[in-house]
Design a protein around this ligand. Structure first.
Ligand SMILES: [Zn+2]
Ligand SMILES: [Zn+2]
Length: 219
């Protein structure tokens, strides 16, 4: 599904398994990146969708993991093998991804185990900048749902796109969620004033007012 001239949804319903969180593809000037990897059970379909969007898997430079949860990260190793991309995550969630913590990544909720997955680049501060083709991408630490949750932004077709993924939560002690941090992060997301929100499980929300209302509904 095409969202802007640089952004596609290539995984999560309707493009791949319902257990996959949304997987977004960013493409610009012969370079590309992915936001999240799904669980990996429907990997072949996701690769087909990427090709269908006109992107060759080898052109994918980064796989940005918004947080450690299995429905976003279980397919990360497979995706790196298929593309040669660098896996990026915030250091506070990279810990659970790298040691394959099936409890904190919630893999156990899916009746399976998290495969230990090396994170090639860990973001450590409040934000970090990346370039994909002609696009400037900013990755922000936005904790709450998990300790190392992160969101990404870019401008495409003159519109600010926010990859907020699990904006809706949930908050759970097993996931090491923090309501205090979550509410602070939602306020931060509101302050960005995004035109398009790409969510992890609720699809794509378009229009400044609709994005604002969606985020506010969880405050
Ligand atoms: Zn999550
Ligand atoms: Zn999720």
């Amino acid at each position: 599904m095409k969202i802007t001239s640089n952004v596609y949804q290539v995984g999560g319903l309707p493009g791949s398994a319902s257990s996959d969180a949304a997987i977004y593809l960013i493409s610009s000037a012969g370079s590309a990146a992915l936001v999240d990897a799904g669980i990996g059970g429907d990997h072949a379909n996701v690769i087909e969708n990427i090709k269908h969007a006109g992107v060759q898997p080898k052109d994918i430079a980064y796989l940005f993991l918004t947080h450690c949860h299995y429905d976003h990260t279980g397919g990360a190793n497979l995706m790196r093998s298929a593309t040669g991309c660098a896996i990026v995550a915030h250091e506070l969630d990279a810990e659970f991804i790298e040691r394959g913590d099936s409890r904190v990544t919630a893999a156990s909720w899916y009746g399976t185990r998290m495969e230990p997955t090396k994170v090639d680049r860990k973001i450590t501060g409040e934000k970090e900048n990346f370039t994909v083709g002609g696009l400037d991408i900013v990755m922000y630490h936005a904790p709450g749902h998990s300790p190392g949750s992160a969101v990404l932004t870019l401008v495409s077709d003159g519109r600010l796109v926010l990859f907020g993924q699990d904006v809706h939560g949930p908050l759970n002690d097993v996931l090491r969620s923090s309501r205090f941090e979550y509410e602070k992060s939602l306020e931060f997301l509101l302050s960005l004033g995004a035109d398009i929100l790409c969510e992890g499980h609720f699809g794509v929300v378009e229009g400044k007012v609709k994005v604002r209302r969606f985020i506010e509904s969880f405050l």
